[in-house]
Design a protein around this ligand. Structure first.
Ligand code: NCD
Ligand code: ZN
Length: 344
């Protein structure tokens, strides 16, 4: 039986929500990952250190007994964020980054930033305190084709931000295009990117061929195959600028199977298995550990994990749904086989 043993991975981009959904999804992440960067796009968004600390407590309460999973908190950057809050975040051991959502770009981003230039004084503070800025990199101009929104953002806003703040650490979250990959590769070592399992395993055919498949709908949207190939090449390149961030984003099934379905793929149930499949298909399983377990920690200036996990090559079928009572969450690959299984 083929097995793969690696240092325990971390998830550098994760949505766990709160309340009942949190209780449903968190154990999936905690059984695989040592740590995760927790996205702050709750309703209302997590904008203060005090809110992040109480959200962190709620997450710790929802963990299975004996779990030593460590949630790494982030704050939602808005035009109303104060310089003082950034200072407080810098002084906190629990806040690891600020997240920039262009207003209206994605799920729960209404409180995001409408004019990036208007918050340059805040970016200057992040740079001064060396706090990473995590960016949802899509323009929100409704005239812009949805498949071009990431490229446009990279060419316009991101290029300017980097020129203006050369020492600001930036993670371009969930990159989906060859233009974004190339941009990150050519930028300084301060600039990194996360890559999701769905963007490595699928392209827009999965979303649209043979019928509309809402469980493949996320933002940034799946792109065409040449972009998928560029992402696979980047993830398996061994370059430390690219690391694991699932963007696992649970939504109740009925809100996705809907005339206007929500954006977000749920992948936490089998995240490392999905990445293993993508790396195996690229004949690059030897590159999985760096991508999943080393490069993110190095970028964030945190120690690498020391525990190990083992994956076994054995086929299992993903459940059709997770949750109980009113909670139904359809996972990526629902009802279909996976070839790798994490050993408990
Ligand atoms: C995310 C969510 O549901 O919170 N959705 C998504 O499609 N990725 C938000 C985000 O990260 O864009
Ligand atoms: Zn996300």
């Amino acid at each position: 039986m083929k097995t793969l043993t690696i240092i325990q991975p971390d998830d550098w981009h994760l949505h766990v929500r709160n309340q009942a959904v949190l209780k449903t999804v968190l154990p999936h992440t905690a059984r695989q990952f040592g740590r995760a960067i927790i996205m702050p796009n709750l309703k209302p968004p997590v904008t203060t250190v005090a809110q992040a600390l109480s959200y962190r407590e709620e997450i710790l309460q929802a963990l299975p007994p004996q779990s030593d999973f460590n949630p790494l908190m982030t704050l939602y950057l808005t035009a109303a964020t104060s310089i003082d809050e950034i200072k407080k975040a810098a002084e906190s051991d629990y806040i690891h980054a600020f997240k920039l959502y262009p207003a209206g770009a994605t799920t729960n981003s209404d409180a995001g930033v409408a004019n990036v230039k208007a918050i340059y004084p805040l970016l200057a503070k992040l740079e001064q305190h060396d706090i990473p800025l995590l960016i949802h990199g899509e323009v929100t101009d409704p005239q812009c084709d949805i498949f071009d929104r990431e490229r446009e953002f990279v060419e316009s806003s991101l290029t300017e931000i980097i020129q203006e703040f050369p020492n600001l650490r930036i993670v371009l979250e969930h990159v989906t295009t060859c233009e974004a990959v190339q941009f990150v590769q050519e930028a300084s070592h301060k600039i990194a990117a996360t890559i999701t399992p769905q963007h490595l395993l699928y392209n827009r055919n999965a979303l649209l061929a043979g019928g509309i498949r809402p469980h493949f709908y996320c933002l940034p949207i799946l792109k065409r195959e040449r972009h998928q190939l560029a992402l696979i090449a980047a993830a398996t390149s061994g370059q430390p600028k690219f690391f694991l961030g699932t963007d696992s984003a649970p939504h109740l099934t009925h809100t996705k199977e809907n005339a206007c379905g929500c954006a977000g793929c749920y992948s936490a149930h089998a995240a490392i298995e999905l990445y293993a499949e993508a790396f195996e298909q690229a004949d690059a399983l030897d590159k999985l550990e760096g991508f999943a377990s080393f490069f993110g920690a190095d970028f964030y200036g945190l120690p690498r994990n020391t525990k190990i996990i083992t994956l076994k090559r054995s086929t299992w079928t993903v459940p059709a749904s997770y949750g109980e009572g009113d909670i139904h969450i359809t996972p990526l690959r629902a009802g279909e086989p996976l070839n790798w299984k994490l050993q408990s």
